[in-house]
Write a new protein. Structure first.
Length: 174
């Protein structure tokens, strides 16, 4: 009779019996060589896949760099067409040309906005921000110190990064 902690006598005898591979070392070596060949093949396939993935990623990065401005350039083409149209009509009245310039500026502003280029144009009295504004001069004024008095040139952000700071005049400390 057996207990739960021990194997039956027949099972213990089966576990201790040598296998064909144990009796014949040549079979064991052949089995190990087959397993080594399988693992080597799997390793080489994985290595090739990694290299292919790396190569495709490098190609994608190169294409992204090469064509990074494609969308922006595409947005600028209507602006170029409008300017060419203005040049093609040299005898146009000043009012017509001015209307065309305003329309072209709207096209340009729209193209910049679609490409995440945003104006920095602080209102008078706005707090001076050295991250977005560049103080050109300091003037005495009645408003609070270190606030914008006038914008001399608008600045621009592109995706929250300053492309060009706004050139401003600020109030002097009192």
């Amino acid at each position: 009779m057996t207990t739960d902690n021990h194997l039956p006598e027949d099972a213990a005898a089966d576990a201790n019996e040598p296998t064909a591979a144990d009796l014949n070392p040549e079979i064991k070596i052949a089995d190990l060589e087959r397993r080594l060949a399988d693992m080597s093949d799997a390793y080489m396939r994985a290595k090739a896949e990694v290299e292919n993935t790396r190569r495709r990623a490098d190609e994608d990065i190169a294409k992204a760099r090469k064509f990074a401005v494609e969308g922006f350039a595409e947005a600028m083409l209507p602006v170029m067409d409008s300017l060419d149209g203005a040049i093609a009509t040299p005898g146009a009245a000043v009012e017509v040309v001015l209307e065309g310039v305003h329309a072209t500026r709207r096209q340009l502003a729209s193209a910049l906005e679609r490409n995440k280029v945003v104006e920095i144009n602080p209102a008078a009295g706005a707090k001076f921000d050295p991250h977005q504004h560049q103080a050109i001069s300091v003037v005495p004024a009645e408003q609070e110190a270190n606030t914008v008095v006038a914008v001399l040139q608008k600045g621009f952000l592109i995706a929250d990064r300053v492309l060009r700071p706004a050139l401003v005049t600020v109030t002097a400390p009192k």
